[in-house]
Design a protein around this ligand. Structure first.
Ligand code: HEC
Length: 135
């Protein structure tokens, strides 16, 4: 009986170790997925065209997008990449531009992009901005 008990608890220990290894590998996989990837260029630029963003914003990745009524998109991109703002903040500044107005500009950005775009589309726009390479 005693030997049997030892075998059972030994077996449980092995299972526990296997589980721990499995969990740590899952965590690693999740962290890799959390790395932000630039959205599909065609999809993002179609949304940017729909919103007319280039009329007011200079967008480094888009030829001819040299609007100056609003801040260039390198500004939020560099803030994001420096860890000063998150994706949520960029989405918010698209949906509700009057919430945190940049004093250097007139607050002329349309306030209805929350209706124009779905949540997924807003995420795509914000991710496009966040992953811009401005170096
Ligand atoms: C009519 C001009 C105009 C259009 C069109 C426009 N914007 Fe703006 N945008 C501005 C101005 C002006 C500001 C700065 C003042 C403010 O926050 O309201 C701004 C601010 C922003 C910011 C914050 C930038 C920062 O430095 O934090 C983001 C992000 C942004 N716009 C994204 C967009 C997106 C995405 C679109 C298109 C879907 C768009 N804008 C269309 C004028 C515009």
């Amino acid at each position: 009986m005693k030997l049997k008990n030892m075998l059972i608890s030994g077996g449980l220990l092995v299972i526990a170790v296997l589980l721990a290894v499995a969990v740590s590998q899952t965590t690693k996989a999740t962290n890799v997925e959390a790395t932000l990837r630039a959205p599909d260029y065609e999809v993002a630029t179609a949304l940017i065209a729909k919103g007319g963003c280039a009329a007011c914003h200079t967008i480094p990745a888009i030829e001819g997008a040299v609007g100056t009524l609003g801040p260039g998109w390198c500004e939020p991109a560099e803030e994001f990449q420096a860890g000063e703002v998150d994706l949520e903040f960029i989405m918010e500044s698209i949906v509700d531009p009057t919430a945190k107005v940049d004093e250097k500009f007139n607050p002329v950005m349309p306030t209805n992009f929350g209706d124009t775009f779905s949540h997924v589309e807003l995420t795509t726009l914000a991710t496009f901005i966040a992953t811009l390479n401005c170096e």
